[in-house]
Design a protein around this ligand. Structure first.
Ligand code: AMO
Length: 424
């Protein structure tokens, strides 16, 4: 018999169906027992005879039965079956009772047993939403003439500065895990003009915060023949719109389950110069801030722009050279064509125009106290007609976190790596 998905059950009233999935929950009322059966598409109630011996929750099972409408059943339908076949039993009770506690148990416990706690309906939803965001990212860029690239993750030098690099032993030589595909995606602009990459990157952040991971998914974009960072922001605006549309269209049940409020995204996202953002933070919001916008300042700015302009997104533009990486295009007045995108008060993107003149690159490296020798292959490329170009990277987990309203970015990654966590 052909398998029916739980989501297809409402369309099959009166028919006999075969379901396969996991025993999500069970309850024996004596003469009758109920289970919830969970598959990739959702959950449905199955009614079984009271005498039947049922396996433990999370066992993989198969049932055949007749679909009946029942207003008291979750979702309004149930399957009435006589028997249940165990495909593979659970050998022990789950460390956390999935349907009840997935959202209430101690967060550390949930992460420790993530291989099974992820199966909870609410636990698995953020990753489904993230997968839709990433699909939207790829689809939109494919439609705009971009080529997907795959760059090395073992590298000789860090592109984003030396502080948070993971060092690895590369046959006796020192190498690093890539902090970003930055230099390689720029090189690939010289080949394909427009490129993107979806891949993990590593940051040896020492501190545990709600927005830092040591391994995260970087959604990278780079494009050639631009006039300025304005072209890059214009692309990102449309890209973000496409990602949200794809998610609304294909992850509807998950968005509903988590009660996600879709963001306010105006046709044009406001561009606020860094100096102006700083002034607002100080004078209008009465907050202090360090050299860069700190997270408290970002949060306050997010709330300020949501209130003032009805937008959940804001670009902070014209960053000073001192707080941007060496490859950022300087405008000669101490400022750059580098920008950040804040979403609901959190930086989800850094981007901008890049330097395309090799002499300026050497000059900026030296200014930052970095050794141009370590970047020699990268600099070579710029001697062969590199067009004006720019791009950006979106942190996939941060975007997911803020879209859903997750308290910690770790829940937007299946198996997060943090200071104390290398397993599971
Ligand atoms: P940046 O270092 O700002 O820029 O990183 C880009 C985006 O990646 C996300 N991000 C993180 N997410 C989780 N945990 C972390 N530790 C973490 N660090 C960064 C953020 C951030 O906005 N090469 C440039 C991008 C570019 O200019 O193209 C870069 O890596 O969402």
């Amino acid at each position: 018999m052909e398998r029916t998905l739980t989501s297809e059950v409402p369309g099959k009233v009166g028919e006999e169906v075969e379901l396969q999935g996991w025993l999500h929950w069970r309850r024996n009322l004596g003469g009758i027992q109920f289970i919830l059966l969970r598959d990739r598409s959702g959950i449905v109630q199955v009614v079984l005879p009271g005498g039947l011996k049922l396996p433990l929750p999370e066992s993989a099972v198969r049932v055949r039965g007749v679909v009946v409408q029942n207003d008291k059943a979750p979702g309004g339908y149930e399957v009435q079956a006589e028997d249940l076949e165990v495909l593979q039993p659970s050998q022990q009770p789950t460390p956390v009772e999935i349907p009840k506690e997935e959202w209430r148990a101690n967060p550390e416990t949930l992460l420790t047993y993530r291989y099974v706690t992820l199966r909870g309906e609410k636990a698995r939803a953020p990753l489904k939403i993230q997968s839709a965001l990433v699909r939207g990212f790829r689809k939109y860029l494919d439609s705009q003439g971009f080529t997907e690239i795959f760059t090395p993750k073992l590298v000789r030098a860090g592109a984003e500065g030396g502080a948070n690099l993971f060092e690895v032993d590369y046959f006796g030589e020192s190498a690093y895990l890539a902090q970003s595909p930055q230099l390689y995606k720029q090189i690939m602009v010289g080949v394909y003009e427009r490129v993107y990459e979806v891949a993990p990157v590593w940051r040896a952040e020492e501190h545990a915060t709600s927005r830092h991971l040591n391994e995260y998914l970087s959604l990278d974009v780079e494009m050639g023949f631009i006039d300025s960072d304005e072209d890059v922001m214009a692309l990102e605006e449309e890209l973000v719109r496409a990602m949200l549309e794809e998610t609304a269209q294909t992850a509807g049940p998950e968005l509903a389950l988590l009660e996600v409020e879709m963001p306010k995204l105006p046709r044009e996202i406001p561009r606020v110069p860094y100096a102006e953002a700083k002034r607002i933070v100080k004078e209008e919001l009465g907050l202090g801030m360090g050299a860069d916008l700190n997270d408290e300042a970002e949060r306050a700015l997010g709330a300020y722009f949501a209130e003032k302009y009805g937008t959940d997104f804001v670009f902070i533009v014209q960053y000073p050279e001192s707080v941007r990486p060496f490859y950022t295009y300087p405008t000669g007045d101490g400022l750059t064509r580098g920008y950040d995108l804040l979403f609901r008060g959190l930086e989800i993107t850094s981007g901008g125009q890049r330097i395309h003149d090799p002499d300026v690159i050497v000059q900026q490296l030296e200014k930052k106290g970095m050794d141009p020798q370590r970047f020699r292959d990268y600099i070579e490329v710029f001697k062969y007609g590199m067009p004006p170009h720019g791009g950006f990277a979106i942190g996939a987990e941060r975007f997911t976190q803020k879209l859903i309203g997750l308290p910690n970015v770790r829940y937007a990654r299946a198996f997060p790596r943090d200071r104390h966590r290398l397993e599971p």
